[in-house]
Design a protein around this ligand. Structure first.
Ligand SMILES: Nc1ncnc2c1ncn2[C@@H]1O[C@H](COP(=O)(O)OP(=O)(O)OP(=O)(O)O)[C@@H](O)[C@H]1O
Length: 194
């Protein structure tokens, strides 16, 4: 295996809910379809029709999942309903081993976990111009219930405070004008094109 330093470094994109992560990542994957990749998550849920192990998810038993948790294999893991889901360090490394830059869209606790690993990641934070504008965008998106919007706004303050701790992120992009944010985002993710 090639030394980690020669492999594409993973990019960690974080930012409050509604800051525009999905919008910019969609553009990035459309503009550079072969350059980036997402890691394959682990789950204890059963595969649905057509879902291949190792492609849609790494399907594992609850026992195997717990063992991975005990071995600190996950960057983050969570329960949704009766199923467990997790992002493993190994899954991120395997994207890099295929020559692609792995992109992780994660929240603050995940960022802290990645910093404890040997992934040698680059950290990008997407910041809304203000909490008022963030609220407008969350409402405009039309996908969230009122209580979810309030919870997302409360969490946004914590995410922004954390992002301002020196050394946490390599770059902070303020997503005010979308075209300007896209240019900055692209320059960070595809630095050799500058
Ligand atoms: N610069 C911008 N100007 C105006 N609207 C924007 C801008 N960037 C994103 N939006 C809009 O804001 C809303 C939230 O963006 P998006 O869904 O990409 O956020 P997100 O960070 O991926 O949120 P989540 O973490 O909840 O998935 C969307 O409706 C999107 O179209």
């Amino acid at each position: 295996m090639a030394p980690t330093t020669q492999l594409p470094r993973p990019i960690i994109v974080s930012g409050p809910s509604g800051s525009g992560k999905s919008t910019l990542l969609k553009r990035l994957f459309e503009a550079y379809p072969d350059r980036f990749g997402f890691s394959v998550s682990h789950t204890t849920r059963s595969p649905r029709l057509g879902e291949e192990d190792g492609i849609a998810y790494n399907f594992v038993t609850k026992e195997a999942f717990r063992k991975l948790v005990d071995e600190h294999s996950f960057i983050e893991h969570a329960r949704f309903g009766s199923n467990l889901y997790g992002t493993s360090v190994g899954a991120v490394k395997s994207v890099a081993e295929k020559g692609r830059t792995c992109i992780l869209d994660i929240e603050m606790e995940g960022v802290k976990q990645v910093k404890k690993t040997d992934l040698n990641a680059r950290f990008l934070f997407l910041q809304p111009p203000s909490v008022e504008i963030l609220e407008k965008r969350l409402r405009g998106r039309g996908t969230d219930k009122e209580e979810d919007i309030q919870a997302r706004l409360a969490q946004a303050g914590k995410e922004i405070d954390f992002s301002h701790i020196p050394g946490v992120h390599d770059q902070i992009i303020i997503n005010d004008d979308l075209e300007k944010a896209w240019q900055e985002f692209k320059a960070f993710c595809v630095p050799d094109e500058r």
